[in-house]
Write a protein that binds this ligand. Structure first.
Ligand SMILES: NC(=O)c1ccc[n+]([C@@H]2O[C@H](COP(=O)([O-])OP(=O)(O)OC[C@H]3O[C@@H](n4cnc5c(N)ncnc54)[C@H](OP(=O)(O)O)[C@@H]3O)[C@@H](O)[C@H]2O)c1
Length: 244
């Protein structure tokens, strides 16, 4: 057993039907964790479920923009030793086109969903006291913004601020709270974002990452560190995964 071992831990991963959430769930299962995975798309969530190593895992379909679904998910959960929030949508809105609907749509999934799920988990005492870890996926764009990213980046900045307060509140219970802030990683979300830019702009973005585009395993391995006892003295941080 090493400090990175996750056996004996039960971990909830949101956004597990795709991209970084899917890879995080699979990698955490390889490190021995029992997983509870959630996402909206049942077929893709089941694909992730089939990729998990070990047994005793659970999958629960939920739309985290709906309070009833959050309540149903929380009620169905066992006690958790870790939570990874990996839901999100890409949004490119030049400032002059931002409407109340743009703000609500982006924040509802990129901020509200994680905050309300956390409130539910705390309210129903689903987080194990003493050694529990919460990880939010932010973005390097809060430090290095991109044109059109006002709403996406604002929601991530809000999430990072929220995470720091949560870390203060939950430290006495032995619950750690951290963020990872990746640069561009090859996932379906990146394909969607890149489709809205010219090839020249995409090349420029890639060139900024001197180690190239990230692979989902690069993010998943960092999240395993935060979930594992290896990080038991680490809270209120945000780890930049910038590709150099
Ligand atoms: N990829 C990158 O380059 C990158 C870089 C920095 C940060 N991030 C962040 O990393 C996180 C994961 O991104 P990704 O690249 O893995 O994106 P992705 O492949 O598009 O996955 C997004 C996930 O969010 C889920 N989701 C969206 N709306 C939802 C809702 N209303 N209720 C429940 N789940 C919902 C999706 O579920 P369904 O498909 O089932 O609807 C999917 O599992 C996001 O927060 C993103 O902002 C990504």
């Amino acid at each position: 057993m090493t400090a990175f071992d996750l056996s004996g831990k039960t971990i909830l991963v949101t956004g597990a039907s795709s991209g970084l959430g899917r890879q995080t769930a699979v990698t955490a299962s390889e490190f021995g964790a029992r997983l509870v995975i959630t996402g909206r798309n049942e077929a893709r969530l089941s694909e992730t479920f089939r990729e998990l190593k070990g047994d005793n895992h659970l999958q629960i379909v939920a739309d985290l923009t709906l309070q009833d679904d959050i309540n149903r998910l929380v009620a169905a959960l066992p006690e958790l030793n870790g939570v990874v929030h990996s839901t999100g949508i890409s949004d490119l809105s030049p400032a002059r086109f931002i409407t109340a609907e743009t703000i609500a749509k982006t924040f509802r999934i990129s901020f509200d969903a994680s905050v309300l799920l956390t409130a539910g988990l705390l309210g129903k005492k689903k987080l194990a006291k003493g050694n529990c870890s919460i990880v939010f996926i932010s973005s390097i764009s809060t430090r290095y913004p991109f044109v059109g990213g006002a709403m996406y980046i604002s929601a991530k900045a809000a999430l990072e601020a929220y995470a720091r307060v949560l870390a203060l509140e939950l430290a006495p219970k032995g619950i750690r709270v951290n963020c990872v802030a990746p640069a561009f990683v090859r996932t379906p979300m990146l394909d969607e974002t890149a489709a809205n830019y010219s090839q020249e702009a995409v090349n420029m973005i890639e060139a900024r990452q001197i180690l190239g585009l990230g692979d989902p395993t690069d993010v998943a391995n960092s999240i395993v560190y935060y979930l594992a006892d290896a990080s038991k003295w680490v809270s209120a941080t945000s780890l930049v995964l910038g590709g150099g």
